[in-house]
Design a protein around this ligand. Sequence first.
Ligand code: AMP
Ligand code: MG
Length: 408
Amino acid sequence: MLTVEEARERILAHFAPRESEEVPLTEALGRVLARDAIAHEELPPFANSAMDGYALRAEDTRGATAEMPARLRLVGEVPAGRVYAGTVQPGEVVRILTGAPLPAGADAVLQQELVTVAEDTVALAGEVSLGNNVRAAGEDVRPGALLVRAGTELGPAEIALLAALGLHPISVIRRPRVAILATGDELAPLGTQPRPGQIRESNSPYLAAAVTRAGAEPWSLGVAPDRADELRARLASADTADLILTSGGVSVGDYDLVKRILSEQGHMDFWRVAMRPGKPLAFGLLGTTPLLGLPGNPVSAAVTFELFGRPAIRRMLGCARVERPTVRAVLEGEDMPRGDRRHYVRARLRSRDGTLMARATGAQGSHLISSLQGAAGYLVIEEGEGMVCAGSVVPVLLLNDALPWDDA
Ligand code: AMP
Ligand code: MG
């Protein structure tokens, strides 16, 4: 039996980053940056005022006090979006608004609340220091700075930074196309009425959602009955996919055809992976298209997608890190028995006085779809003897990146 890490390594060896495409920044949320984004400008692009007030020469205010205010001559105004044409001379001030470029000659801004203005004279009752209320050019970003590293998933903050530096449109990695096929005679597709003995099919809706969230584009191949010809035809139609995901048909039952067809038509490995849920897992190439055969039980399909499918997608996206973060949490609720395989337990997480606490979502049978809901992570219960008791610290694989996470 392979360990999870061995199986993942073998799978990832078949995936490389896809080609890039340009998208407008307005469509870049959640996309992965293809090349390092480097600043070609400075930010702020010019020295400007942080306040509504008066631009002046700091040295003109030397010695000013409430008793002996400095009196300076108001010679003009510069609103945001304009440039003051002249140069501020000794003894002069220019009215300035927030964001307006600092006029030539000026080196400080005094906010308007601190001056008294009478006709064209501005009186100030104290000294103003050099650079006061001035946002320096390049204070935020210098030309040549690395703004966002290739392989980063773009969020609102990255999009703002790229926009501020004019990096639009932007090169991101193309979304991989992931074909999804559910197999089983017992499955009634979404929107159809199950016949007696059938169940409603839920793995392909799950996988389509999870694939989208992983950053790829799902491509539904529908639901195939347990018939070799049907399966062959559906799989053949997906040869332009970057990855094919199937669910069901990989265990030892008589109708487990995925294995057979894939052995006939491609290069398949069938593995038993030392994990619970989800022991049977198939991986191989159908022609040149990688295929990951997930188990049919909904929880097994979900967990194996998370451990093997999502990292493959993240690798195709060129992500710096293909795995989700693992954190440590204190187990609460029931003690957990260890077993002969590593167990991934769906768990809720909460913070208690700043400590992360984890509790199983309930019964953990691999057919219990409701146990997936509310799970913020998988507790990793390593194989072994005895119990992991409430109060112990356990690793938790996070299922979203909502917790703060630092690579350093
Ligand atoms: P299999 O791996 O095909 O032996 O399926 C294992 C279990 O998962 C059986 O109880 C199936 O009915 C169930 N199952 C398989 N595929 C799906 C699916 N797409 N949606 C819901 N349940 C499924
Ligand atoms: Mg089946």
